[in-house]
Every structure is written in C-alpha cells, then in structure tokens.
Design a protein around this ligand. Structure first.
Ligand code: UD1
Ligand code: UDP
Length: 357
C-alpha cells in the first residue's frame, strides 16, 4: 500500500517528521513537497537535520498570492495522486499545501487524512482559518490533537473518522530536545547565556503586512532589558528591508535557524515572544513562558493553562519587562500542563491508517 505525504513549509516538515518515521517500513511512502518554502534554511536544512528522506517530487510552486499557491498545489497534487493512486494522502495543519491536498483528494478515490484537525481561531480573516475549515470538511480521517479540537469538529457536524491522537509536535520536541542540548552550539555562537535572553519570531501576515504594526513590535523588542534573538522569517526580513528598519538596542535579527539550534534557543530562553502556531505549542512543552502577539489563537489551551498570553504590540514592551524582571510573574507562567499528548501521535496516526486503508 502506498501512502502519500504532502508538505510545503517549514512547520509541516518538522511536525510531519514523526509520522513519516512511523510510516517507513509499514507503507510505501511517497513524499511530495509543494515547494512553497524553498530556501535551504526554510526547507532543505530540515530534511537533513531531521534525517528525513528527500522528497520524491517537488512541485516547485514557490511564492505567490493565496490563489496562485493554492491553485498550483491543487493541480500538482492532483496529478501526483492520479498517477500513483495511493491508498491515502496526509497533509498537516493549515497552510496552502493542506487546502490544495484536501481539495485534490476529495474528488479522487484516495482517502485524505488531515493531521492537526479541528483547530479554530474563529478568525476568517486568516488564510489559515479558511484552510483549516475546508480541509476538515472534506477529510476522511481527522487526526485531532486535543479534546477541544474534537469538540470543534463535532460542533461542525464532523464525527466520522475522527481520532484524538495528541500533536506530533510533542514527538518532534521530545525526540530532538536532548539532541539539541547536546549538539547545538547556538548559545555560544550568539554569545548568550541560558535564561538570560528572549527568543522571538514574528512572521504572520497580519503582523508583517502593516509596517507600522511591525515597527511597533520590533521597537518593543529592541527596548527590552535583556538580549532578544529573533531568527527572522524571509517574509519579515523583506518588510524590514523595505522600511529600512535597523535595531539599535537589544534586538538581534539573525537568519532562520536549523531545528536543533532553534529548539536549544527556545528551551533555554527566559521568555518567548512569537506569532507562530508551532512555537506556542513548543514553548508550552518546554515550559518557557510565551507572549503571543496576536488578537486570537487557535491554541487557546496554552492560554487557559497559563503558559501563554495574547498581547497587542502596544502592551508587548511592558508585559515582556515584567516577565524579565519579576520572578514570581514568570514562575506563574511555567508548570507541567502536558496539553498535547504523550509523544506517540505519529505512531497513533499510522496505526489508524494501517488498520483502515
Ligand atoms: C506560510 C503559511 C503559514 C505558516 C508559515 C510557516 C499559508 C497561507 N501560510 O506563511 O501558515 O505559518 O508558512 O513559516 O500557507 N519566502 C522566501 N523564501 C522561502 C519562503 C518564503 O523568501 O523559502 C518569502 C517570499 O517573499 C514569500 C514570503 O516569504 O512571498 C511569504 O511566504 P509564504 O510561503 O507565501 O507564506 P509564509 O508567510 O511563509
Ligand atoms: N523554527 C525553526 N527555526 C527558526 C524558527 C522556527 O526550526 O528559526 C521551527 C520551530 O521550532 C517550529 C516551527 O519552526 O517547530 C514553526 O514554524 P513557523 O513559525 O514558521 O510556522 P507556524 O508554526 O506558525 O505555522
């Protein structure tokens, strides 16, 4: 039996890795990269450091508008599925690769499995929310990470083929954090000391597309009383270059990091500041207090558990300073919430497919 797996961007490669590993030897694996992310540091580097097979096909869809990426992915994935007729195809999360795969498979005999099903921000201005809803409504298998995700699906009338598996990010994080601690030299390379700095990432379109909002976020980070290391996503770098932004204080903009280096940077940070989906989850797993610069989140369990707070750019500076200087406030945001399962999500997903397709 052939199992096709589609990835397109950095987080999909990282979070699909545990599923790919679990499927090797049990299925004939056909790995498709849509090519949405293509820079070595956003794509190729992860296949190497996570020891993943090289994709069998790369659709090379590249950058473009929402419709361009979705349409190229749709045509490309459809042609792969028609040619190879796999028993099932998997895609993970909420990117354009996911909606392309979902639509292509839904009109073919191939079963579609949505990994990380049932997340909702209830904000339809996010392209990712549209992708989530569409993918969930055409999926044959919904691999939901949490109770709440199962509940969201149920609320929308989706109950057949739903499996609560935990999130593969726990598998990825647990497999790699010890390796990262041992092998990565990122703290020495950046000349920073554990628990003495902030790890930050910002890339969400809603934060980068408005230069004033992006500048306000960067200024809040630049005036922090501890070093702030921000491995910048190419989307962010491009806007910062356009507006000529140069930090002059605590903020250090660096190139995107390899997964082991980023995990070590995050694991040893005093505080994380992000708008990333995956990093909200990883910060909770690694027990690093997280400030999420967004008005809403599809990971509300991190907020309820007290390990994550939503902030707007105008409050970011004050909130960050409190966490940097007040040990009690910081301690109140750590703990052992274990929100995303026991680190066997990849195996669980492949067990279900093994029994059902
Ligand atoms: C995409 C996903 C987002 C996810 C993010 C992970 C959608 C709708 N968005 O957003 O959900 O959180 O990936 O990082 O699918 N670029 C490069 N090199 C690359 C890739 C991108 O320079 O290898 C630049 C291009 O200028 C491009 C811009 O980054 O236009 C945005 O890339 P794109 O893939 O369209 O969206 P992301 O912001 O990465
Ligand atoms: N990440 C990484 N290097 C970096 C920044 C992030 O390896 O420089 C990893 C991070 O550990 C997480 C994933 O990339 O697993 C998150 O990707 P991103 O924030 O781009 O996307 P999102 O999760 O928001 O979709």
């Amino acid at each position: 039996r052939e199992l096709a797996v589609v990835v397109g961007t950095r987080p999909e490669i990282i979070k699909m890795a545990p599923v790919i590993r679990a499927a090797q030897g049990r299925f004939d694996l056909h790995l498709i990269h849509t090519g949405q992310h293509y820079d070595e540091e956003m794509s190729g580097a992860f296949f190497e450091s996570l020891d993943l097979p090289t994709p069998d096909d790369n659709l090379e869809i590249g950058s473009g508008s929402q419709a361009e990426q979705t349409a190229s992915g749709l045509v490309g994935v459809e042609s792969m599925l028609v040619e190879r007729d796999p028993a099932a195809v998997l895609a993970l999360g909420d990117t354009n690769a996911v909606v392309s795969t979902a639509l292509a498979a839904s009109k073919l005999p191939t079963k579609f499995g949505h990994v990380e099903a049932g997340l909702r921000s209830f904000d339809r201005t996010m392209p990712e929310e549209v992708n989530r809803v569409v993918a969930d409504h055409v999926a044959d298998f919904s691999f939901a990470p949490t109770d709440q995700a199962v509940q969201h699906l149920d609320d929308e009338g989706i109950s057949a083929g739903v499996y609560e598996t935990g999130n593969t990010i726990v598998d990825a994080c647990r497999d790699h954090a010890p390796m990262a601690e041992e092998r990565s030299t990122v703290l020495t390379d950046l000349d920073i000391a554990g628990r003495d700095y902030v790890a930050a990432t910002i890339h969400r379109a809603s934060n980068t597309d408005d230069p004033d909002r992006l500048r306000a976020i960067m200024d809040a980070l630049d005036t922090a009383s501890a070093p702030v290391v921000l491995p910048a996503h190419p989307r962010t770098t491009s806007v910062l270059d356009d507006i000529g932004y140069e930090p002059s204080g605590s903020l250090r903009l660096v190139d995107p990091l390899d997964y082991l280096d980023f995990l070590k940077l995050l694991d040893n940070a005093r505080v994380a500041v992000t708008d990333s989906g995956g990093i909200q989850e990883e910060a909770s797993i690694l027990e690093v207090p997280c400030l999420t610069v967004r008005p809403n989140t599809e990971r509300p369990e991190t907020v309820s558990a007290g390990v994550n707070q939503l902030v707007e750019p105008e409050d970011l500076g004050d909130r960050l300073e409190t966490l940097l200087t007040d040990d009690a406030e910081r301690a109140a945001m750590t703990g052992h919430p274990n929100l995303y399962g026991d680190g066997t999500a990849g195996e669980h997903i492949v067990d279900v497919l093994d029994a059902q397709v």
